[in-house]
Ligand binder design. Structure first.
Ligand SMILES: Nc1ncnc2c1ncn2[C@@H]1O[C@H](COP(=O)(O)OP(=O)(O)OP(=O)(O)O)[C@@H](O)[C@H]1O
Ligand SMILES: O=C(O)C[C@@H](O)[C@H](O)C(=O)CO
Length: 344
């Protein structure tokens, strides 16, 4: 307990910075059900707000936390769609600005092929979210937050890269906890050396780091490749991290805490509709638990349950559950499969 100390006087629980885009998912509603099929065969799509930090912003807000978003959107109806949706959810949009040179929000067309195969097709030329710049990072706003979550995508290119680094520096000097969600998306990056340089720069400052084994390998490439999870946790805890969460997909995930303990969890078994979105459910559930002051294993169980609920659903943002729904899901799963279903 108490691995992360938040400044309770702050009005915002969490500011999230980075990628917001539009997801077009094969329609799956009362009227139209596009079954598993290749993207080129899909006839009807449904439109949702997407992008990992945007989804986590929605997730934590549904859990009753107060979130704000720092991001850049296109100066068109899709940009308005994002801002309207965030406003409806109760997310503070005062620091979302519009692009001035015609840059567009990313469009993500998702493919759902089977319960174990899904992919995304991204349209990200002249991309809005990476236009975030140092002028958009306002110290007074950052001072209002208990923590800031930096999504790794924001580090892929300038000017967003410098904006994210400025936010980290300002968070550091204002008693704002830094959460780094590595959120690797290959399509954004030119080469893996750049990736290691910028990911490791933020990881060195972060209080909490969350990522898959692959994402930690990429982060550590220029430091010491091929580390074990324990070595990775020790490395980052040697800087500022108090919690390092390393995910191994269906094999489960482990949180390493500064006092040398580790806590592991497995996914709840579900029939998945897609692979993506699990990380966002996991992130919002885990962080919610942490803010409640729960034991780490309970935070992990909640995150893992929310992740399973997300992969089961047809979309990312709209399907994020309330805490009551997550508790009900956990209860139901435990009744079916036993108390220790997800616990290792
Ligand atoms: N098929 C599945 N069934 C149940 N849970 C799953 C499944 N796939 C993923 N999950 C859950 O989602 C979590 C995150 O998934 P993953 O490791 O793919 O993260 P990610 O790459 O960060 O996801 P995202 O695409 O959302 O960013 C896993 O740790 C697991 O708990
Ligand atoms: O942007 C992606 O990689 C996929 C999106 O469809 C989704 O909203 C997401 O960001 C999941 O993390």
């Amino acid at each position: 307990m108490g691995y992360v100390k938040f400044n309770e006087a702050r009005e915002l629980d969490l500011i999230l910075l980075g990628r917001v885009a539009i997801d077009f998912n094969p329609a799956y509603n009362e009227q139209v059900k596009e079954e598993f099929k290749p993207l080129k065969k899909v006839h009807m799509f449904e439109k949702f707000v997407g992008g990992s930090p945007a989804n986590i912003a929605v997730g934590v807000t549904r859990h009753g936390m107060k979130a704000g978003f720092i991001g850049k959107v296109s100066d068109d109806q899709f940009g308005e769609f994002v801002v309207d949706y965030f406003n409806e959810q109760g997310i503070d949009t005062s620091h979302i600005t519009k692009c001035k040179n015609g840059e567009k929000l990313g469009l993500t067309f998702t493919e759902m092929l089977s319960s174990s195969e899904s992919s995304i097709l991204m349209y990200r030329n002249c991309i809005a979210d990476l236009q975030l710049s140092v002028e958009d990072i306002d110290e007074e706003y950052i001072q209002k937050a208990k923590a800031i979550l930096i999504s790794g995508t924001a580090l892929a290119e300038s000017p967003s890269r410098e904006a994210a680094l400025k936010a980290v520096m300002l968070a550091k000097r204002n008693d704002v906890r830094i959460i780094f969600d590595i959120d690797y998306r290959a399509y954004n990056w030119k080469n893996t050396d750049e990736l290691s340089i910028y990911y490791s720069t933020v990881a060195k400052e972060a209080d909490i780091i969350m990522g898959s084994r692959e994402e930690f390998d990429l982060t550590e490439k220029l430091i010491k490749p091929g580390m074990t999870d324990e070595e990775s946790a020790a490395l980052w805890q040697g800087y500022h991290a108090t919690i390092v969460v390393i995910k191994h997909g269906m094999k489960g995930s482990t949180a390493y805490t500064l006092d040398g303990q580790s806590f592991s969890i497995k996914p709840f078994p579900v029939e998945a509709r897609k692979g993506f979105g699990g990380g966002d459910g996991y992130g919002s559930g885990f962080l919610y638990g942490l803010y409640q002051g729960w034991d780490i294993i309970d935070c992990l169980e909640f995150g893992s349950a929310e992740a399973s609920m997300m992969v089961k659903s047809n979309n990312c943002s709209d399907s994020l559950p309330t805490p009551e729904e997550v508790h009900a899901f956990i209860k139901e799963e435990k009744e079916k499969f036993g108390e220790m279903i997800a616990r290792v």
